[in-house]
Design a protein around this ligand. Structure first.
Ligand code: FAD
Ligand code: DHB
Length: 390
């Protein structure tokens, strides 16, 4: 098989890249290890930056998001049973959209079906070859080895994919910080306890109240890495969440059976460079942020913005400047989001060795933020998403 761009992975980065390229008349083949049903069953992020919203519209997949998503103008920070609102719209003129990653992925699949794009599921043993000359991807499907010849490869295969390790060790530098806790998340068909998200710093640990719709809630609590999800009953989860949320919301919290419950570890990770020869990495294949601040999915989308522009300029005008600068351009924004997610994680979580002094400093920073327009503007502009550079 031949195509212009072979894309490894049908997560949000792979599907969005394929969609933008196909609409620009560039051919793609997407290779995905899992089944379509499996990809669509993953429950992950829920908050879109405005840049992501606009990119999805540009890709022709904005209709259901605009009809069913919930624009949010602000969010709440809570500590010591107090809470204040960061008015993102007032400080930045922009807003966020609450619309789940699962829905984004479904919309992208449907748009790809309409275009007649090629997405091959259930591929095994994917290998990348000849990255410096005429690249090829080999894989196994139903026991047979197949090959795709292409001009470029986009590695959109997540943190555990094959693309990043295909960049030779002596060229690749990896930066990593592993946090000593995880997030236990619960999805439930219950109305959210508040109209906007609440991020809570509590002496027992962080908690987040989020939502997917007027009838579906998403909640998280910080847990030790040693905790097992099967040892957390729904009742135990709700009791702990109520202890950590401000009393006003805990009182009105409506509980119900969990429809998904899982523990995710927290880490910051960056791979540099994000390109090698004809291979370009996008999204979780190149970087991971802790979820505090909702940057993971949004960073995947800004990578796709830069890479799609680079590829389109290359094919349309023969100008490869954007493509050559991809890694540098994308990393500039990535490191800013890495910094923001790290600072939100540091501000809001209880660390195992945390002293009362450290706790006072956290609470003092929250109080300062509550009282300072400058501090709120800084949080707001990072939360809503820094502008794309070109
Ligand atoms: P992925 O979504 O990981 O997609 C990669 C795709 O590649 C997958 O479909 C995978 O099956 C496929 N693949 C992997 N290896 C191969 C291979 N060898 N060959 C072919 N295909 C392969 N972000 C937030 O902002 N908020 C959250 O609450 C949040 N929660 C998360 C919870 C979990 C458990 C995880 C893992 C991530 C979470 N994230 C969250 C991060 C966010 O979901 C990711 O940043 C986003 O999914 C990145 O999209 P992606 O397409 O780059 O990677
Ligand atoms: C969600 C996840 C986040 O990491 C976050 O910061 C906000 C919301 C969510 O899943 O709804």
């Amino acid at each position: 098989m031949k195509t212009q761009v072979a894309i490894i992975g049908a997560g949000p980065s792979g599907l969005l890249l394929s969609q933008l390229l196909n609409r620009a008349g560039i051919s793609t083949i997407v290779l995905e290890r899992q089944s379509r049903e499996y990809v669509l069953s993953r429950i992950r992020a829920g908050v879109l930056e405005w840049g992501s919203v606009e990119l999805l519209r540009k890709a022709g997949v904005g209709a259901r998001m605009d009809a069913e998503g919930h624009p949010h103008d602000g969010f709440h920070l809570a500590y010591n049973n107090q809470e204040f609102r960061v008015d993102v719209h007032k400080h930045t003129g922009k807003r966020m959209m609450v619309y789940g990653q699962t829905e984004v992925t479904r919309d992208l699949y449907e748009a790809q079906d309409e275009i007649g794009a090629t997405i091959i599921h259930g591929v095994e043993n994917v290998k990348l070859h000849d990255l410096q000359s005429t690249p090829r991807v080999t894989y196994e499907l139903d026991g047979k080895t197949q090959e795709v010849q292409c001009d470029f490869i986009a590695g959109c295969d997540g943190f555990h994919g094959v693309s990043r390790p295909s960049i030779p060790d002596d060229i690749r530098t990896e930066y990593e910080k592993v946090y000593p806790f995880g997030w236990l998340g619960v999805l439930s068909d219950t109305p959210p306890c508040a109209d906007e998200l609440i991020y809570a710093n509590h002496r027992r640990g962080f908690a987040l109240a989020s939502m997917r719709s007027a009838t579906r809630s998403r909640y998280y609590i910080q847990v030790p890495l040693t905790d097992k999800v099967e040892n957390w009953s729904d009742d135990a989860f709700w009791d702990e969440l109520k202890r950590r949320l401000p009393a006003e919301h805990a009182k009105t919290l409506i509980t119900g059976p969990s429809i998904e419950k899982s523990i995710a570890p927290l880490r910051s990770f960056v791979c540099e460079p994000m390109q090698h020869g004809k291979l370009f990495l996008c999204g979780d294949a190149a970087h991971i942020v802790p979820p505090t601040g909702a940057k993971g999915l949004n960073l995947a989308m800004s990578d796709v913005y830069y890479l799609s522009n680079g590829l389109i300029a290359h094919y349309d005008d023969g100008n490869s400047n954007l493509l050559s600068a991809y890694s540098e351009t994308a990393l500039d924004r990535i490191w800013k989001a890495i910094r923001f997610s790290w600072s939100m994680t540091t501000l809001l979580h209880r660390f195992p060795d945390q002293t009362d002094f450290d706790q006072h400093v956290q609470e003092s920073e929250l109080l300062y933020t509550a009282q300072s327009k400058a501090a709120q503007t800084s949080i707001a502009e990072n939360y809503v998403g820094l502008p794309y550079s070109r």
